[in-house]
Design a protein around this ligand. Sequence first.
Ligand SMILES: Cc1cc2nc3c(=O)[nH]c(=O)nc-3n(C[C@H](O)[C@H](O)[C@H](O)COP(=O)(O)O)c2cc1C
Length: 163
Amino acid sequence: MSDQAETRRFRDAIGHFATGVCVVTAFSENGPTGMTANAITSLSLDPLLMIVCFDRNARTRVAAEATGRVAVNVLAADQKALSHVFASKASEEEKFAGVDWSERAGVPVLEGSLAWFTGSLEDLRPGGDHEIGIVAVEEFGASGGEPLIYHRGAYSRLLGERP
Ligand SMILES: Cc1cc2nc3c(=O)[nH]c(=O)nc-3n(C[C@H](O)[C@H](O)[C@H](O)COP(=O)(O)O)c2cc1C
């Protein structure tokens, strides 16, 4: 099997692992910048740590590494369009056009997210074509609501209501 076919097969298989969708933000020298990400998880409770996996080519990684600060914004079900634009290579200006955000703890936080976390990028470790970012969480908050879901390469919604 070719490398490409094996990559496809891996993506298809790992796509069965349903995730939420986040936008990871940071400040670049041109202002706020950000990327859609789902390779994110909590790592530690004491101290509070999260993992954010950055594609080596992600411009957001460069900004996060330069400033040492990031925010993780958990998207709501109605923020699919936001996820789409932040997954593109549009300019920072285009990505943030019409997006409500505010600066919290030195990073841009998106309005309307279900939850947000700010923190310092403590470490970036090699992980193949990605880098594993370890974030020491500082401030965070959550408003609740229906999350945006990513499953098998497509956006989806939760079935059923929470009691
Ligand atoms: C659902 C979804 C999840 C993604 N997850 C990640 C991720 O965890 N890490 C990452 O580096 N890129 C991820 N991407 C791809 C980035 O969003 C994409 O490469 C983006 O163009 C990076 O923008 P930037 O170069 O402005 O930082 C994801 C894309 C989608 C659609």
